[in-house]
Design a protein around this ligand. Structure first.
Ligand code: PEP
Ligand code: MG
Length: 317
């Protein structure tokens, strides 16, 4: 089976009815860019930058970050590289961080943490803007829940630019800025986000957790962690539709995107961008190439309108 999948590497990710699908890779470390390329990824859809910060006593310097980001950007040879700003907190924390929040998943994490620690954020933004001189960088903000966080992020980017202007440091301007859709509130009230931002990426891992009030890491309630819950699918559909109307790209970068048993369902929701672990890419491409996107959209929309569970078996063949 592996050998047949390998033949797929250079085949286009296109549905039977001619819809072109972007298949990108999720990476945690710069070295993994090679694996993404080997799998034929169209780009990096999610670089989880926090892994550069974890498991060490100090913070990575601007130069160290710049080298790491630039190495991925160069390796991807012009393909888009979506770098998520620091997503610390909850399941991912800094060494020696002894903060004990009552509800860490609802606490000072991700963009909230970065806006509360402007020095750390500015160092990362400077490194990202410098790295984008070498190719196509897109900045992705995690855990956005309010529009004012988008404005504050843009301001932080402007301040990072001003500080580099003052230092005479070269960087690329007009970098694209997108947000993770992983908090139900923004999926529900998506319009200002889709208008203001350049792209959206749906983080289903957290979106499911927050929609169903199920801790994604708690095995005692793991059976209730249900990616196929109609409420979750409606939030995904709503986000995709808003992106379509506004002409902005929307992808999914949570685990669902790499699960080939739900590829048809996601195509039926209208999804045209998937980002996943490189090892899952060819299986997903295989599904895409055998699917009829418009037929799936009709079936999935009618089930979602009735908030019915989608029967995956009825979508195949
Ligand atoms: C997600 O929440 O779906 C996601 C992709 O981010 P992470 O798993 O790193 O929280
Ligand atoms: Mg997340």
């Amino acid at each position: 089976k592996r050998a047949t999948l390998a033949l797929l590497r250079d085949a286009p990710a296109e549905t039977l009815d001619g819809i072109s699908i972007r298949l990108e890779a999720n990476i945690e470390l710069p070295e993994e860019a090679a694996e993404a390329l080997a799998a034929g990824a169209d780009g990096i859809g999610l670089f989880r930058s926090e892994f550069l910060f974890m498991g060490r006593p100090d913070l990575p310097s601007e130069n160290e970050q710049y080298q790491a980001y630039a190495s991925v950007v160069k390796a991807m040879e012009g393909r888009p590289v979506t770098i998520r700003t620091l997503d610390l907190g909850a399941d991912k924390s800094l060494d020696g961080d002894i903060t004990v929040a009552t509800n860490p998943a609802l606490g000072l994490r991700a963009i909230r943490y970065c806006l509360a620690n402007p020095e750390i954020f500015r160092t990362q933004l400077r490194a990202l803007l410098r790295a984008s001189l070498h190719g196509h960088v897109r900045i992705l903000i995690p855990m956005i829940s309010h529009m004012h966080e988008v404005h504050a992020t843009r301001e932080a980017i402007e301040q990072a630019c001003a500080s580099m202007d003052a230092d005479g440091v070269a960087y690329a301007r007009n970098i694209s800025l997108g947000a993770m859709v992983e908090i139900p509130a923004i999926a529900i009230a998506i319009e200002p986000f889709v208008e203001t931002l350049d792209f959206l990426s749906i983080g289903t891992n957290d979106l499911i957790q927050y929609t169903l009030a199920i801790d994604r890491g708690d095995s005692e309630v793991a059976d209730l962690y249900d990616p196929m819950h109609p409420a979750v699918l409606r939030l995904i559909a709503h986000t995709i539709n808003a992106g379509e109307r506004a002409g902005k790209s929307v992808s999914v970068c949570g685990e669902m995107a790499g699960d080939s048993t739900v590829t048809r369902m996601l195509l039926g929701l209208g999804l045209t961008g998937f980002s996943m672990h490189p090892q899952q890419l060819l299986d997903v491409k295989n599904e895409v190439r055998q699917a009829h996107s418009n037929a799936l959209r009709v079936k999935v929309a009618s089930a979602l309108n009735r908030a019915e569970r989608i029967d995956l078996a009825a979508l195949s063949g």
